[in-house]
Design a protein. Structure first.
Length: 206
């Protein structure tokens, strides 16, 4: 009789290939969770700081952002300081593990909802490491974006520049025609001429 030993498969997220990023779902006592496993090679390529906790355990700290609007369908992973309030700690489970692992409560997601009710084994997802050490991660199919959860802020129109005030034109002096004094004597004006002259002078002084 010949028998071949059936080896127990390792399903832990820490045993994924070192160059893969996998996301799955599990159900725990505190609700459904989303498991994220980052291959060790990915962490090294990204340039994120790795903290040696002890001989067997290493951790990294990341901020996780949900893509909305034009960025829907992606997550953004950003390196973070361990003291930042919203930073997630990804840790290697034991010495020699291939990945850094953490879970996120599904109820923490504001703009994505889980499609199936059953658990989903970790699936490989695409990613892109950017120059500023951030990483774009494609959202797996079992997470659905809810466009009703996000409303883009309406851009306020830029204020129109105030029109330049035109300098008020200075009133031109009113010219008064005075009869010439041909003989060098006093100028004699009749009553109508005096009224006309006084009216023009008053207008000029306003």
């Amino acid at each position: 009789m010949a028998f071949v030993r059936l080896h127990k498969s390792r399903t832990g997220g820490s045993q994924i290939p070192r160059d893969e990023l996998r996301i799955g779902t599990t159900r725990q006592a505190n609700g459904r969770t989303i498991s994220i496993s980052l291959g060790r090679d990915i962490v090294e390529q990204s340039g994120w700081e790795v903290i040696q906790v002890n001989e067997n355990r290493q951790v990294i700290f990341l901020m996780l952002d949900e893509g909305v609007g034009d960025d829907a369908g992606f997550f953004l992973f950003t390196p973070a300081d361990k003291n930042e309030r919203d930073a997630y700690m990804f840790g290697s489970e034991r010495k020699g593990s291939n990945a850094y692992v953490n879970t996120v409560l599904a109820q923490k997601l504001k703009h994505y909802v889980l499609n199936p009710e059953e658990n989903v084994p970790p699936v490989m997802v695409e990613y892109s490491i950017e120059k500023d050490k951030t990483m774009l991660v494609a959202v797996p199919d079992f997470l659905r974006y809810n466009p009703q959860s996000y409303k883009e802020e309406e851009k306020k129109p830029e204020p129109k520049p105030e029109p330049k005030r035109k300098e008020e034109a200075r009133p031109r002096p009113t010219l008064v025609t005075v009869p010439e004094d041909r003989d060098g004597d006093e100028i004699h004006l009749n009553r109508q001429q005096r009224r006309k002259l006084a009216s023009r002078v008053a207008s000029a002084l306003r």
